[in-house]
Each structure stands twice: as C-alpha cells, then as structure tokens.
Design a protein around this ligand. Structure first.
Ligand SMILES: [Zn+2]
Length: 297
C-alpha cells in the first residue's frame, strides 16, 4: 500500500523534484481508462518518469498518489496525447476502463487505481471556485484546489460520496435484484447513496424499505470499497430481513427475488444468472453468503 505522504504534499520543492525524477512512477489514465499491466494479476502500470519525459508527456498537472518507500507515485491523464503515446506505451500495458475489469483485484492495487481515477476526475471538474466562480489552482499535489480570486481563496477538497450496499437475507435465502440499466441477466444486492443528515445505518434501512418494502431485523458492517465512478465509497452491510414479502419499487428495480444457494448455483450453471464482477464488494457479499453454511454468513 502506498504511503499517502500527507507530510510532503504541501512541499512544492519536493513535488517539483519528484515529478522530474526519472525513477518516479506514473499511473496513466486517458479519460476514464487506465493503463493496466498486460498480464495478471491486474494492476496499474507504473511507468517510470524517464520514459514519459522521452515521450514528452506533460507531467506538470500530475497528482501525487503517495510514496513507496522513497519512490514517489503520481497519476497523470495523457488525454489528447493518447494517440501519440499509445503505441510507445504498448509494451507497458493497454488502456481499459476500470469498470470493465471482471477479475478479482487485490485491495492495494484497486486502491491505487481508484485514488488515481478519482483525483484526476475531480481536478478536471474543480477548475472553478464553487463560491465565486473564479479559476482555481492546484494545491498539495492535487489533493486540494484553491480559488485564485483575492478576497476569496476558498479551498476545495476531493469529494468522497458514501454509498451503502447491503446483502439482505431471510431464512437461508438472499435477495438479488435487477436494475433496468444492468447488463443482461445480471442481478446484485441492493445499493444506494447516503443522503445529507443520514447515518449509514439509516440509509440502508431506507434504501431497503424504498426499493423492496422490507424491514430489517438486524444489520452489521461488512467492509468497504472505494468505487471511483466517479467518487463513491461503497460501505457494505449484511442484513437480516424481518419478513419476506417483497413490495417492488418498479421505478428503481426491474425485479427482486429471494434466491436459495441451490438456485444461485443452478442458474449460474445454466447461464440464466450473472453475478457482479469479481472485483466488486457486491460480489464479495454474495460469494461470502454462498460459501457460508448457514445464517447470513
Ligand atoms: Zn472563489
């Protein structure tokens, strides 16, 4: 895991020298697509600064991700230069959208990609002050932006939007639901954003009640995952429903049904059911339940 290096973020001399170091590592994005290593395990390519300098990639707007020992890691969007560099970078990896990753990815590798994507996207969108509309400039290696107007100077920080995701079970069955936007045959657990003034627990109870009309008998924390599309943090829960009568909100969901473990296995075998990608906390919540002998796993 990278050291997020709070102590050096504001040190502009350090950042300038680090960006120029030929050994510095750069995670490359082009829009929402990341340069990924060509062979497993899935991870961002960490391209040395010297390679990018030779290709004349503009690094001044790169954002600091952290330190690996003494080695600085940055992320940079090659944007319009992509066509010029993509051939040269082919030996390092290939550009792919993070959302297309289907395989498992370890937490540290995902964290680097999520941090890079979220920071680059935020810096691209936060170029004007939300208080007065004046241009902003980068601070702290890209983890803050300051308004340039005299008399304002408002600071902005990257957003991190909490969303809840919950595995609801009842009598050895797990609730799997389909949103209209899902890929064909895909079903997953329920999820939604926490709203202002709401605890995560209250957000889970509200989302489950709104989407399927169920009340919860118990709720426990089940881990979290950064979800940089563009800036969410998925907070996972495991819940036991008080009853099993589903009242579907068809504005949000196309269907929601109770699945036994045997039904999941059968429908996976005959390909009538597709589960979320192996990288996702949604899949981990489902797989943990499938592997558990009883209860909510
Ligand atoms: Zn301002």
């Amino acid at each position: 895991m990278l050291d997020r290096a709070e102590r050096v973020r504001a040190d502009t001399a350090f950042l300038e020298a680090a960006r120029r170091a030929t050994t510095a590592r750069f995670v490359l994005f082009s829009g929402g697509e990341a340069l990924l290593k060509p062979s497993p395990p899935i991870a961002a390519c960490d391209v040395p600064g010297g390679v990018l300098q030779d290709l004349r990639v503009e690094l001044s707007e790169s954002v600091l991700l952290g330190l690996e020992g003494e080695l600085p890691w940055f992320a940079v969007d090659v944007g319009p230069m992509r066509e010029a560099v993509v051939g040269e970078l082919a030996r390092w990896g290939r550009f792919a959208p993070l959302g297309s990753i289907q395989d498992p990815i370890d937490g540290d590798s995902w964290s680097v990609l999520a941090q890079a994507r979220a920071l680059l996207a935020w810096n691209a969108r936060a170029r004007f002050c939300p208080a007065c509309g004046s241009p902003t400039e980068t601070r702290n290696g890209g983890s803050a932006r300051a308004c340039t107007a005299s008399g304002c100077g408002a600071l902005q920080f990257p957003r991190c939007d909490p969303a809840v995701i919950v595995r609801v079970v009842h009598d050895e069955r797990c609730l799997l639901a389909r949103q209209p936007s899902f890929a064909p045959r895909l079903r997953s657990v329920l999820a939604g954003f926490a709203e202002p003034g709401e605890s995560l627990e209250a957000a889970v109870a509200r989302e489950v009640e709104e989407e399927v009309g169920l009340h919860l008998a118990s709720l426990s924390y089940a881990g979290s995952q950064p979800w940089p599309f563009p800036s969410s943090l998925m907070v996972g829960f495991s819940a036991e429903a008080a009853g099993d009568a589903i009242r579907l909100d068809d504005r949000e969901l196309e269907s929601a049904e109770w699945y036994t473990r045997a039904r999941v296995q059968r429908e996976l075998r005959d390909a009538s059911l597709v589960l979320p990608s192996l990288k996702s906390i949604a899949r981990r919540l489902i797989d943990d339940w499938l592997l558990a002998q009883s209860g909510c796993g």
